[in-house]
Design a protein around this ligand. Sequence first.
Ligand code: ATP
Length: 235
Amino acid sequence: MLKLKNIQTFYGNIQVLKDLCMEVASGEIITLIGANGAGKSTTLMSITGIVPPQTGEILFLDKSIHMLSPDEIVALGISLVPEGRRIFPRLTVMENLDMGAFLRRDAAEVKKDVDHIFELFPILAERRHQHGGTLSGGEQQMLAISRALMARPRLLLLDEPSLGLGPMVVTLIFDIIRRINKEGGTTIFLVEQNAYMALKVAHRGYVIENGRITLEGTADSLLHNEDVKRAYLGI
Ligand code: ATP
């Protein structure tokens, strides 16, 4: 579904991504794990056209997308849930969801998707008229994911969904990620510092260090890899 070929991305003259190659197959959950500043968010920003790569190629469903603008990339079916759950704080839960469906014209299907989201996250149904900014951190993360789902993406990019959340909410969020993939068939690209949870939910994973992919494999093989254990799992 998605191919990153020899991506090199810069901020000014500082190179952050160095010859990055990755592949995501349709129906997979893949995770990109790495330390602070390794280049995880930059990878997502390169895919979504926010910080386009200087060289290299990004293919989505066999179409080159690295020259497209962020809105064109969204329209093709790629949605990003950015780090720090940037929802619209002054809009209600319902209005935030409507914003996610902005490009859609199929009102009946949009209504169905709202019902499905309220089934996934019953707490959001209870709080549908509440302003986004008054929700708890976990609820805001649920809303951020839901808003992205309202665009009916084929590929959902999640940047550190567990950041700053308590263990119970983290477990809930990862359960939902699994359901979105399994029941909805949405392909998921998950960036995480919580390597253990990410590898537990993913099918395959990549490790990024200083802007380079240093390791890749099935999630299970990475969970049992001695270097991964030492560097990212603390065991
Ligand atoms: P974190 O988990 O801390 O978010 P990350 O792996 O997502 O880390 P990135 O945010 O992609 O890492 O950052 C990679 C490198 O690029 C870092 O050295 C960072 O300081 C640098 N960087 C990120 N954004 C910018 C920017 N707008 N301008 C200049 N340098 C940047």
